[in-house]
Design a protein around this ligand. Structure first.
Ligand code: NAD
Ligand code: IPM
Ligand code: MN
Length: 368
């Protein structure tokens, strides 16, 4: 079966990290019998410049017809003043919304070779293995009304709306509990039920799903502010973090730093299985377009390459191939290759291309 992949490099470092990913993709085609075709399209600021929209209908149709979407990053300061619906980030949100990608998996894993690369003490982060399960199509990102208006007094007022339906919480809770069973069997459900009624519904719904279907999994409730603190105090006490769209966004950047750099954290965004058997899958690093280092061969491609590993695992069920990617990354880090963001004394500094070369070499060796 020939799989159809849509590649969306986007803006800033997007094209560089996606070049790295395409080389890894090519390696799997050549060496592991992964049979695929790719199409490439524009998204974000570059799409706005070309078509006047951050996501066109034609691009969306391709995304919806593909077996998986591989995404780089969008955004940049030159587009910050655009009207809200034209912003590059709206392109990404349209993809998540229209593809109904409600489950965002963000694993934060500290590779042994990087235990000294974090700003935290090595004993706090060594062996870290957390999975953040972030609700991705609800909450304040999509709630209406969302508006910025000028009142008759001339003052401006802005409204964002946090909405959650019980069914949205139920389905993401199931994903978190199911994944917890495959690892530490522990879920921390994170909300602010002390301040937000969506938090009250979140807690109540998670407990209902837990009691009915997953009572074998350990469940704790953690308020979001406390969770942010626990993540830097004792992150290894956490296993699966189940949380909403906004808290998940913030906590995953925080968790990334525990692994050494935001350039290390991949993600998979999944929907419900479609009637034709496909599972909507969208893969991207959690970092942004890093305008400060774009076009300089400085970006760490590991988050993006690990995201392709997640694609092999979740969309294509090729678990051995996904493990091969993890092992190749582990190996190049152990060999001392470092991009600037994870650089340590005495290590070999490489750029985006150099890191990708090293990973491809490691894949060759591991594939024997
Ligand atoms: P960012 O993640 O782009 O960058 C934050 C810092 O991390 C910067 O110093 C950057 O150089 C560094 N960094 C990020 N990725 C790196 C990598 N792979 N290797 C080495 N260093 C890396 O966040 P920001 O600066 O807040 O946002 C920049 C733009 O990206 C904004 O327009 C924002 O909206 C957008 N953004 C997009 C996505 C996405 O497309 N998924 C995610 C986050 C932010
Ligand atoms: C992320 C990003 C996005 C988010 C932005 C770019 C819309 O920060 O994927 O983490 O807030 O979800
Ligand atoms: Mn983010």
């Amino acid at each position: 079966m020939t799989y159809k992949l849509l590649i969306l490099p986007g803006d800033g470092i997007g094209p560089e990290i996606m070049d790295a990913q395409k080389r890894v993709l090519g390696w799997f085609g050549k060496n592991r019998g992964f049979d695929y075709t790719t199409e490439e399209d524009l998204v974000g600021g570059i799409s706005y410049e070309t078509y006047g929209e951050p996501a066109t209908d034609a691009m969306m149709a391709k995304a919806l017809a593909s077996d998986a979407v591989l995404f780089g990053a969008v955004g940049g300061p030159q587009w910050d003043k655009l009207p809200f619906d034209k912003k590059p980030e709206r392109g990404l949100l349209r993809l998540r919304g229209d593809m109904k990608l409600f489950a965002n998996l963000r694993p934060a894993l500290c590779f042994d070779a990087l235990k000294d690369a974090s700003t935290l003490k090595p004993e706090i982060v060594a062996g870290l293995d957390i999975l953040i399960v972030r609700e991705l199509t609800g909450g304040v990102y999509f709630g209406q009304p969302k508006e910025l208006v000028t009142l008759s007094t001339g003052e401006k007022r802005a409204v964002d709306t946090q909405i959650y339906y019980a069914h949205e919480i139920e389905r993401i809770a199931r994903v978190a509990f199911e994944l917890a069973r495959l690892r530490g069997n522990k879920v921390a459900s994170v909300e602010k039920s002390n301040v937000m009624v969506t938090g009250v519904l979140w807690r109540e719904t998670v407990h209902r799903v837990h009691a009915a279907e997953f009572s074998d999994v350990e469940l704790v409730d953690v308020l979001a502010d406390n969770c942010a603190m626990q993540l830097v105090r004792a992150p290894k006490t956490l296993d699966v973090i189940l949380t909403d769209n906004l808290f998940g966004d913030i906590l995953s950047d925080e968790a990334a730093q525990l692994t050494g750099s935001i350039g290390m954290l991949p993600s998979a965004s999944l929907g419900a299985r479609l009637p034709d058997g496909r599972l909507p899958g969208f893969y991207e690093p959690i970092h942004g377009s890093a305008p400060d280092i774009a076009g300089k061969d400085l970006a760490n491609p590991i988050a993006t390459i690990l995201s392709f590993g997640m694609c092999l695992k979740y969309t294509f069920g090729r678990v051995d191939d996904a493990v091969l990617i993890d092992k190749a990354v582990e190996r190049v880090l152990a060999e001392g290759y470092r991009t600037g963001d994870i650089m340590q004394p005495g290590m070999t500094k490489v750029g985006t291309k150099g890191m990708t070369d090293a990973i491809l070499k490691a894949l060759d060796k591991l594939n024997g």
